[in-house]
Design a protein around this ligand. Sequence first.
Ligand SMILES: [Zn+2]
Length: 80
Amino acid sequence: MIVQTILVIVKKFIIKKKMFKWLLKKYYKHSPICNCGWAMKPFESWTSRYQWKCIWKSCGCEAFQSDNGKFHWFQGKKSI
Ligand SMILES: [Zn+2]
């Protein structure tokens, strides 16, 4: 009984983690995926065009999309 309960809790935890990544993908639907595998969140800093920043802080990758739909990647401020 106890082992079964633990297994159920572990399973729930794994599903939650999967859900979190899935939710991120859903939430940032139109966002690109960073080279490091994390989702990117939109932000506006110095222009009105679409810009994204990696949600993984220590990655610091940023991207924007130009008018022809091409993505431009660059290394933003790194916080190490
Ligand atoms: Zn990244």
